[in-house]
Design a protein around this ligand. Structure first.
Ligand code: URP
Ligand code: ZN
Ligand code: ZN
Ligand code: ZN
Length: 497
């Protein structure tokens, strides 16, 4: 055989352009792009006819929580590496970067990383990397940053301004940013003011307001905007160290980010489908139903949704990630959202673990939305995540001889599936989807990972194996000359402040 796989009759979309061409794959890589139809009769092990459907690079989801200990309220993750990554490929996602959590009790980041490797190794249907989730930035952890980038291929981390188990003080954030800057580690920041939301939570509980909808009252927009502004200020103090604001939901925070970007600061931002497709009304359902949409920050109002959509279109948000952080709605043994008792007949919002599942629905929801040009869809769901987290160009593009053969083939207009989303269609191990009942216009028909068809919706579904996913050692971020800009600025020098 001259090629392992050939995809013919597809309309290929990258972040840069849309054009009809055939794709040839050999030894896990894209090796040739050729005029449409010209490869239909070559000598290939497998020829896939895209029937005129779109072909996009595999999705790259750089915000995924799997098998983390309880940190975001009661309950533990309902998905393992196995079930979470199975769900990923069925939704067109071929690479993830998940979190390796360091708890406050664990002084070593390298130990936290090793424990996460042990959970993922041999259990992943898609390729995967890790960000450190830094819960204890003591001397030991800070001294390990160099080893993370030089030996472990871990070039990013996440810190929190909320959650008792994870919240860092401002001085701790400065220490992390300084060490991250020295080692070219990219820092993700969860920006919500934890002290304020705890105080507001106590106010609500004192009034006996416990139901899921009050989760939103405990986290009003200003609390996100304040923490976002503070994170940007702390970054600027450490000579403009690059940061990314994760899961942004609020127009005020968005405006502040846009302003910092316009000033030339290396401020990046992410949003998620929950802030594009859900609103706070989804938390206000009868009984305990609203718990299915409890995440932090909470979904906002309709007008905010539109601001977030605009931010995706105009580049304020470099990436749209899932923030897949799944808990079962009703499961007595494993992670459960349930916190109903005699005193709290509709539950108690402060005990509901924060987070929702969405690794499988991210690409179909966005692709089908009709609210993004397809090039922008590819940019924010694949190309930019790959660039931002040091996976480009082996991931996130279709460069012959260079890019891994990670592809999604969508249904052509002539064969569109008629999908009303139900949880039973999904491949995670979570007992609900917050998007139940939604009409979805298109879905990945095939997902291809390194030249192998791992998902064929009409013939067998999941065809991949949990041993096929590979750990991805990542390089430094290559988006927007991020580290070149830092080099030009030189080292942090407190006397220059
Ligand atoms: O509610 C959320 N977002 N849960 C996941 C944890 C996090 O902060 O990303
Ligand atoms: Zn977060
Ligand atoms: Zn998250
Ligand atoms: Zn109770």
């Amino acid at each position: 055989f001259d090629y392992d796989v050939v995809i013919t009759n597809g309309i290929c979309v990258t972040a840069a352009d849309i054009a009809a061409y055939d794709i040839a794959i050999k030894q896990e890589k894209i090796v040739l792009l050729a005029p449409s139809g010209s490869l239909a009769r070559v000598n290939a092990r497998q020829i896939i006819d895209a029937d005129g459907g779109y072909v996009t690079p595999g999705g790259v989801d750089c915000h995924v929580h799997l098998e983390e200990p309880a940190m975001f309220g009661r309950g533990t993750s309902s998905d393992t590496y196995e079930t979470g990554t199975r769900s990923a490929i069925a939704g067109g996602c071929t690479a993830i970067v998940a979190f390796a959590p360091q708890t406050k009790q664990e002084p070593s980041l390298l130990k936290a990383l090793e424990a996460t490797h042990a959970r993922a190794r041999g259990n992943s249907y898609c390729d995967y990397g890790f960000h450190l989730l830094v819960g204890n930035p003591g001397e030991q952890a800070l001294s390990e940053f160099a080893a993370l980038t030089e030996h472990e291929g871990v070039t990013s981390l996440k810190i929190y301004m909320t959650y008792a188990a994870l919240q860092l003080r401002d001085d701790q954030i400065l220490s992390v940013l300084l060490e991250a800057r020295r080692n070219r580690i990219f820092t993700m920041v969860h920006a919500e003011n934890g002290d304020v939301l705890n105080w507001l939570t106590d106010q609500l509980e004192a009034k006996k307001l416990f139901s899921p909808k009050y989760h939103s009252h405990s986290r009003p927009p200003v609390l996100e905007a304040e923490a976002t502004n503070r994170a940007i200020a702390l970054s600027s103090l450490i000579s403009n160290t690059p940061i990314l604001l994760v899961h942004v939901s609020d127009p005020g925070a968005t405006l502040r980010i846009r302003e910092a970007q316009s000033n030339g600061q290396p401020i990046f931002a992410e949003t998620c489908p929950q802030y594009l497709f859900l609103t706070r009304d989804d938390l206000d359902k009868p009984g305990f139903e609203g718990a299915k949409c409890v995440c932090s920050p909470p979904p906002r109002d309709k007008a905010s949704q539109e601001v977030i959509w605009t931010g995706v279109r105009n580049g304020t948000f470099a990436v749209v990630s899932s923030d897949h952080c799944p808990f079962n709605y009703d499961d007595a043994e494993r992670g459960k959202k349930t916190c109903i008792d005699d005193e709290h007949p509709v539950g108690r919002f402060k005990e509901i673990p924060n987070g929702i599942p969405g690794i499988e629905t991210r690409l179909p929801l966005l692709f089908s939305s009709g609210k993004l040009p397809l090039t922008k869809f590819v940019e924010v769901t694949s190309t930019n995540p790959a660039k931002l987290y040091g996976l480009y160009p082996s991931k996130g593009s279709m460069i012959p001889g260079v890019s891994d053969a990670d592809l999604v083939i969508w249904y052509p207009d002539s064969k569109l599936p008629n999908i009303t989303l139900t949880n039973s269609m999904l491949h995670h191990a979570t007992d609900y989807t917050p998007y139940e009942g939604r009409k979805i216009a298109n879905w990945p028909r095939y997902t291809i990972l390194r030249g192998r068809v791992v998902w064929d919706r009409d013939n067998g579904g999941v065809l991949g194996e949990k041993s096929f996913g590979r750990f991805l050692k990542r390089g430094p971020s290559s988006l927007d000359r991020m580290w070149e800009t830092v080099d030009e600025q030189g080292e942090f020098d407190v006397t220059k402040l």
